[in-house]
Write a protein that binds this ligand. Structure first.
Ligand code: PNW
Length: 454
């Protein structure tokens, strides 16, 4: 083993889970195969102007047909766990009602192969691809969708629980709500008022709570359930006690739409005051449902939000990014490894969370293959190494992060940014669908092999 005493302090705890993540619409392709119904992403990406060069998920990375190859990649990398999502409209083509008998065929084949390869599955029930049929009630504008989501979740868990021990109800509440219902940049492409968006957010949280209960009611003993949240990663710009306290306060307030109500069972006064007349309608029962205790919290860690203490005592302020701030190939993805330390640190300090996973972390690079076909994505390695150093710092201080899922195993359909934006540690040649592990994949393989950094 290359691990020597000089490098031991760069290690991770024994049993730390190293993984990769993907989502159904982004990789599967096969949009009508085996009776899959349309999702809002099929409809949205049908409108050419909605996405980069009109790209849609019809092919994805053709994972539906190449899952064996992709699992072989995981074996080559040595990953121990894999986070995938189920396409709701494969199982219920109409969103509700009669399930499609062939809907599970692909997931059954995939899971059998995965388990035979010794890779442990984490299953996300909802990663943005709502069945189009749910738009008859306005999608997440209606509580009927929350109810339908719980029914689908119950059915899914009954089917999967013999093989899947970890369920994630949904991925990135605020991201899909804002993209889909506020800005119209993601499916279903709506631009609605603040009041409706606040109600949509609430309905989604209710859907999460109902799904947690559906998992608990239908899973085998020992099954764990959580959520994957794109929490705002508030980082003290200089690590003084005042700035750290400010960043912690900001974490609670800036995550008022998902983490805070999930952990505390109520919306914060500041959140409701900020919304005023646009505040959502809710009952005490809703808040109990939303805060149904979870077994773990998943954090997606990408860009940081820099915070310092403000002049008024106990206050905080955001330190804006200067124009020269370093970004990755995706313009929104500002470099900020500190978030990988502070987000789980705040989560533990504020709410005593005992089991945390990093459910996504990764970066886009321009990834131009060399003449010999190598992809030398040194920028992605720089990104990953700097974030993993901060994760190591967190776990070495006892922050209970139990695993890490790199986004993503393979290049895939990056939503409205299409296929041009590549997040994989494996390159996909979209003409031939050939997979090639990038230099960053070799880096990650080395991290996993030594359970730590060099
Ligand atoms: C996440 N932002 O999306 C999603 O869960 C993935 O499906 C996606 O492929 C991945 O991260 C990379 O983008 C995000 O603008 C999209 O801050 C945008 C943002 C964050 C996350």
């Amino acid at each position: 083993s290359p691990l020597t005493s000089a490098t031991r302090e760069r290690g991770f705890p024994k049993g730390f889970l190293w993984g990769t993540a993907t989502s159904a619409y982004q990789i599967e392709g096969a949009p009508t195969e085996d009776g899959r119904g349309p999702s809002i992403w099929d409809t949205f990406s049908d409108v050419k102007t909605n996405t980069y060069t009109g790209d849609n998920g019809d092919m994805g990375a053709d994972h539906f047909h190449r899952y064996r190859e992709d699992i072989a990649l995981m074996q080559e990398l040595g990953v121990q766990t894999y986070q995938f999502s189920v396409s709701w409209s494969r199982i219920f083509p109409e969103g509700t009602g009669t399930p499609n008998p062939r809907g599970w065929d692909f997931y059954d084949r995939m899971l059998d192969t995965l388990l035979a390869a010794g890779v442990q599955p984490f299953c996300t029930l909802y990663h943005w691809d709502l069945p189009q049929a749910m738009m008859k009630v306005g999608g997440w504008q209606s509580r009927d969708t929350a109810k339908a989501f719980a029914d689908y979740s119950a059915y899914a868990v009954k089917h999967l629980s013999d093989r899947v021990k970890h369920f994630i109800t949904m991925s990135e509440v605020s991201q899909f709500v804002d993209g889909g219902y506020r800005y119209g940049s993601d499916a279903p492409g709506l631009k609605l008022s603040d009041a409706i968006v606040a109600q949509v957010t609430h309905n989604v949280l209710v859907g999460h709570g109902l799904a947690v209960q559906a998992v608990r009611a239908n899973a085998r003993a020992g099954t764990k359930v959580g959520i994957a949240d794109n929490a705002v990663s508030t980082c003290p710009v200089i690590e003084t006690p005042e700035n750290i306290a400010a960043a912690r306060k900001a974490y609670r307030e800036m995550n008022a739409r998902s983490l805070t109500p999930i952990m505390e069972g109520r919306y914060s006064e500041d959140y409701l005051k900020g919304l005023g007349a646009n505040a959502p309608k809710f009952t005490a029962e809703d808040m109990k449902l939303i805060s149904t205790p979870l077994n773990f919290i998943g954090l997606n860690v990408y860009e940081p939000t820099w915070i310092r203490a403000s002049a008024d005592p106990g206050g905080y302020e955001i330190v804006d990014m200067p124009k020269s701030y370093p970004i990755m190939a995706a313009k929104w993805l500002e470099l900020g490894p500190d978030g990988m330390y502070w987000s789980p640190k705040h989560l533990q300090a504020l709410w005593g969370v005992k089991e945390i996973y990093i459910t996504e972390n990764g970066a886009a690079s321009l990834d131009v293959p060399t003449k010999t076909g190598e992809v030398l994505d040194v920028d992605r390695i720089l990104f990953l190494r700097s974030y993993l150093e901060q994760l190591q710092r967190a776990v070495s201080e006892g922050v209970p992060v139990k695993g890490y899922f790199l986004w993503s195993l393979i290049d895939n359909y990056e939503w409205s940014d299409g296929y041009a934006m590549r997040f994989g540690i494996t390159y996909v040649d979209y003409k031939t669908m050939k997979r090639t592990i990038k230099l960053s994949g070799q880096f990650y393989k080395e991290v996993i092999a030594r359970n730590g950094l060099a």
